[in-house]
Write a protein that binds this ligand. Structure first.
Ligand code: PMP
Length: 404
């Protein structure tokens, strides 16, 4: 049965608003997705009914809130087929990657190699640059082919005896390219390297089984997954987290503290110093529960249908360049309009109620690879409709007329 996007839309209160006198057409979900009522209500319910700090109370509200926070961890673990103790709550994917890079950095030497790709988000570049600056590690870059695929042959060639870490995007936020995380992991492991996947985009659109992929670390943010901001996930294999030094110090991450010694709590608490994002974790748990109750393969087919429709409609437009045409790619259309800056395109589209992202998408090496300084990006989510896809292309055609 076809996925009923109209029915799902009604669960997202924000989607019924207007922008500039036009119905909102929200095509910026790759930057941050809108929230279903289930998420809003779970967070409101916690604040209105059962809220206290976690892990430290002996009273009812503290215990209830701790249960809800840990239930969210359980939901995340189940969602990606991990153990609860392998799930660390962070502020977002960015913090999760910084946590891993800083922890692994402690044992890296000058000349050790870290393999990244040209399609990485800055969140999966800059923390590794820190190690280049501070430890003298060498960054190696997997090229991206003209159609947006990762150059897997070049990746194989880059892997060598000094490769310590491979950190790659599971799905590109610009190209929509979906990388074969399992195969890339196997190749890295054969070279003896640790593997981190940035799953920010992939986790939204496909089932992710971290055991099957086999990577050491997998990270994502809550806010792209229909959950709140301020919460993200670091999955780490139990033995990897156990070997990782703590990232921040403070309450709740220690076992004992005296004037001249400290011992650390076991993972995941070792990496959750201070009061965590309690409400946001509860919201993420609700988002995962909500998404799990949907037919995810029908959603994926729906998103693909939207993308194919738009791609077909723009195929004949000689003033439009699409960046990223990898087979099996996700529903992200990055494009440039001849003679127009992407920022201007986005601003004019906004007049028609159409929200797209424009800029470098925090992926400057990728922009450079494709010889552009910026692009516009329409990203499709489960709540978008074919009518919206048409509204976007119609608005884009009118937008182009300003520059013709
Ligand atoms: N990686 C990818 C592929 C992303 O799309 C994003 C968000 N744009 C990030 C990392 C960073 O996520 P956050 O800002 O939520 O930490």
């Amino acid at each position: 049965m076809a996925f009923d996007a109209e029915a799902v839309r009604r669960e997202f209160p924000i989607l019924s608003r207007q922008v500039n006198g036009k119905p909102l057409v929200y095509l910026d979900s790759a930057a941050s997705a809108q929230k279903p009522r289930a998420v809003i209500e779970a967070m409101t319910h916690a604040m209105e009914y059962s809220y206290a700090n976690v892990h430290r109370g002996l009273h009812t509200l503290a215990n209830e809130t701790t249960d809800a926070y840990e239930a969210a961890r359980r939901a995340v673990a189940g969602f990606i087929n991990a153990a609860e103790t392998e799930i660390v709550f962070t502020k977002g994917a960015t913090e999760a990657i910084n946590l891993v890079a800083s922890g692994l950095g402690a044992s890296l030497q000058a000349g050790d190699e870290i393999v990244l790709s040209q399609m990485e988000h800055h969140a999966n570049i800059v923390p590794w640059h820190f190690l280049r600056e501070r430890k003298g590690v060498v960054l190696k870059w997997v090229p991206v082919l003209d159609d947006g695929r990762l150059d897997v042959a070049a990746y194989q060639d880059l892997l060598g005896p000094r490769t310590r870490v491979v950190a790659l995007s599971h799905m590109s936020n610009v190209l929509g390219t979906v990388n074969d995380a399992k195969a890339l992991t196997q190749m890295a492991r054969a070279a003896g390297a640790l593997v981190l996947f940035d799953g920010c985009q992939a986790i939204v659109h496909q089932p992710v089984d971290v055991k099957d992929i086999g990577a050491d670390f997998y990270v994502f943010s809550g806010h792209k997954l229909y959950g709140p901001t301020g919460i993200g996930v670091l999955y780490g294999k139990a033995e990897r987290l156990a070997a990782l030094p703590p990232y921040q110090g403070g309450g709740e991450m220690i076992a004992t503290v005296s004037k001249d010694a400290i011992t650390y709590a076991d993972p995941p608490h070792r990496f959750e110093a201070g009061t965590p994002a309690i409400l946001e974790a509860i919201g993420l748990g609700a988002a995962i529960q909500w998404l799990t109750a949907q037919d995810r393969s029908a959603i994926a087919a729906h998103e693909q249908r939207l993308y194919a429709h738009v791609r077909d409609r723009v195929a004949g437009l000689n003033w439009l360049r699409v960046i990223g045409e990898a087979p099996g790619k996700g529903a992200i259309l990055s494009f440039t309009v001849e003679g127009a800056h992407a920022h201007d395109v986005a601003q004019i589209l906004d007049r028609y109620g159409v929200a797209v992202r424009a800029g470098t998408h925090c992926a400057e090496p990728l922009m450079r690879r494709f010889g552009v300084t910026s692009s516009a990006r329409a990203s499709f989510a489960l709540y978008n409709t074919l009518d919206e896809a048409d509204a976007f292309v119609d608005a884009l055609t009118k937008t182009q007329a300003f520059f013709a």
